[in-house]
Write a protein that binds this ligand. Sequence first.
Ligand SMILES: Nc1nc2c(ncn2[C@@H]2O[C@H](COP(=O)(O)OP(=O)(O)OP(=O)(O)O)[C@@H](O)[C@H]2O)c(=O)[nH]1
Ligand SMILES: [Zn+2]
Length: 364
Amino acid sequence: MLNLEAHSLNTLHSLGLNFSTLRPALAALDWSDDARLWRLTEVHRDAFGLQAGDASSVQARALPALTQTLHASGENLCVGDWVLTRRNSFGDHWIHARATPLNTLTRRDPEGRRQALVSNVDLAVLVMGLDHDFKLARLDRYLVLTHSAGVPALIVLSKADLCADASAKIAEVREHLGRSRGGLLDILAVDGNADSARTQLSPWLGLGQTLVLLGSSGAGKSTLTNTLCQAELQLVGGVREDDSRGRHTTTSRSLKRCVGGACIIDTPGLRSLQLDADVATLRLAFDDVGELAAECKFRNCSHQGEPGCAVREALSPARLKSFQKLQREAARDQMTHLDKREQLAARKIWGRIGNAAVRAKRGD
Ligand SMILES: Nc1nc2c(ncn2[C@@H]2O[C@H](COP(=O)(O)OP(=O)(O)OP(=O)(O)O)[C@@H](O)[C@H]2O)c(=O)[nH]1
Ligand SMILES: [Zn+2]
């Protein structure tokens, strides 16, 4: 039975609980034997950090039965989840249930397995530095991630204090994204160390909101988190001067409460973001391509050079390149094991033919 008297709604709201939308998922859980509701705020190797509405926090482990059930459906516990625990006779907390999340940002790990990064978020803040970190193709990729999860996104260009003309950079991003909407709310340029960053982001920092900061290592996520929380909560790492790459200071996702009342999940910089989006999802995320494609001369236009291609005409070449790259990735991920073996075999044959041709030319 849903036992929320024990957890004052107000305090749970301060942890980001949206009770009206999450109620069905919570009601479906096993609340027997004094189960307690927590928000999962940290993921460690074999334990989870949990916070309750009254600001108490504990370390807990997940019951193998829960982990296995989630695993079977390609899911895993992640920061942002709402979970129930019970204590055993030693007083240890064990997670036995998880409320089905309202949304989950998911990627594929290097082995191709689905990996939930964060769940139940209201806004994804895509942080990109106005130094060597600035890459439009990365934004395209992150926007597919957020769009396919149904999470609105805000682009925050950090290190504006190091950039001679931050407004021009905002304009560059706007031009690149063209008429794409894709759940993008705004584009800001901030100095992550300055109080003004807090003011700029204040419309999104209200009580009950959960924000997740995403971006590469050294982009300035922890710096911004500290400013938004007005405290030195996160270790801030240096950037290697030669390439502005960060040092991966943040090693796990964790949830902080910021001054305006919102909760902020800072994530470690992702070295690679392999999307978990199929070709159809990708088309939805690139709504600008879909819209323009309707105006192409040929209905099955591949936008690779056909005459009368509205996509090539109106879309920025860099955005089209992103779309085509991500489309190839999605198609490859969608291939069956057998398809992949066949493709590999074909590549080997072409490789051998190529080598033979080279040898013949050299007269070996
Ligand atoms: N001048 C300036 N420096 C910044 C700004 N934001 C971050 N930095 C610096 O950039 C470096 C990396 O910042 P972090 O906040 O640790 O980057 P991160 O994205 O959290 O990196 P990971 O934890 O590795 O994912 C630090 O030396 C910061 O001081 C900014 O807006 N202006
Ligand atoms: Zn076309």
